[in-house]
Design a protein around this ligand. Structure first.
Ligand SMILES: Nc1nc(=O)c2c([nH]1)NC[C@@H]1CN(c3ccc(C(=O)N[C@@H](CCC(=O)O)C(=O)O)cc3)C=[N+]21
Length: 291
């Protein structure tokens, strides 16, 4: 059996077309959505991601603002930039690229972002709202995965979803979103004993561990849906996921590739959240009238 490919590029493109329409409407109404990205330091991977975000936001017609700071920047100065963006009515989304240098307190930085502009969905207020099912910004990677499943016609209710990884930005919220759609959810992590005994039960397997090609065919039940959140470099320096794509595609019923899977969806949902934020701002009269 060869699995159906779930393309984040194709599904992302479909959603970005919807987003572009909303951006045009908002712009006509005097509220062009604006996304600000703060990048601290010169990490090449981060620079690539940030460039990608900037390009994508411009493609859908948004205003994009990139603030580049040296990795010696003080916490106070960084907080000053966030404060300024918080009170800028032409900015609806603020993203501070993580990770930050060690001398900066990441939690403090995240908490300083106006929850109404927290398009990453990392602020504790948005995390709390997600857990109790209230409206707020959903974290982009899990949100993108839910959209991929839905738009691929994969139902979640009653399915056993097994998640490998328990980070605050992927694993934990992923389980919550799946639970909200009535999946039975199991979390696995680095201390889980006999990992394959759990993953082999999965109807939907979400892999977010950060180890290249770690999940092989013997971890996967015949017919399972496999979502690869990994972003690694293999021995040849090529981008690869946490899933051994070539063996797993022979047992899975559907699988996401890397690149071209979850990554593009993460950026798509960032744009979606920025549009949602601008729509709220317009409704609440917080939108700066633009030329
Ligand atoms: N505050 C914050 N928010 C983030 O959302 C955030 C972050 N910090 N720090 C880093 C991670 C990583 N991340 C990616 C997004 C898209 C791709 C992506 O589009 N990847 C392409 C390939 C890109 C390439 O060729 O390198 C793909 O999978 O096809 C990758 C990685 C967002 N992150």
């Amino acid at each position: 059996m060869t699995a159906k490919l779930i393309s984040g590029v194709t599904i992302g493109k479909e959603i970005r077309e919807e987003i572009a329409t909303s951006v045009l409407d908002l712009t006509t109404e005097g509220c062009q959505p604006g996304l600000a990205v703060i990048l601290v330091g010169e990490n090449p991977a981060s620079q690539t991601y940030v460039k990608n975000k900037e390009k994508s936001s411009i493609e859908v017609g948004m205003k994009s603002q990139l603030i580049k700071l040296p990795d010696t920047v003080s916490e106070q100065e960084l907080l000053g930039h966030i404060e300024e963006l918080n009170s800028d009515d032409s900015i609806h989304g603020i993203l501070v690229q993580l990770p930050l240098p060690k001398h900066i307190n990441e939690d403090l930085v995240i908490r300083s972002i106006d929850p109404n502009k927290d398009v990453d969905g990392f602020h504790p207020q948005n995390v709390g709202k997600m857990i109790i099912g209230q409206e707020g910004f959903l974290p982009c990677t899990p949100y993108g995965i839910m959209e991929m499943l839905e738009r691929s016609g994969i139902s979640v209710a009653g399915k056993h979803a097994v998640i490998i990884g328990r980070s605050n930005i992927v694993g934990k919220p992923m389980g919550q979103l799946l639970l909200q759609k009535d999946a039975t959810v199991t979390y696995c992590h680095s201390r889980t004993k006999d990992l394959p005994s759990f993953t082999k039960q999965a109807d939907i397997l979400i892999v977010a561990i950060g180890r290249a090609k770690f999940v092989t065919a013997d971890f996967v039940k015949e017919g399972a849906v496999v979502i690869d959140v990994g972003m690694n470099r293999d021995e040849n320096g090529k981008l690869c996921g946490d899933v051994d794509f070539n063996t797993v595609k022979e047992v899975a019923s559907a699988i996401t590739p890397v690149p071209g899977g979850v990554g593009p969806m993460t950026i798509t949902m960032l744009l979606k959240n920025t549009v949602l934020s601008a729509e709220t701002a317009l409704q609440e009269g917080r939108c700066k009238q633009q030329a």
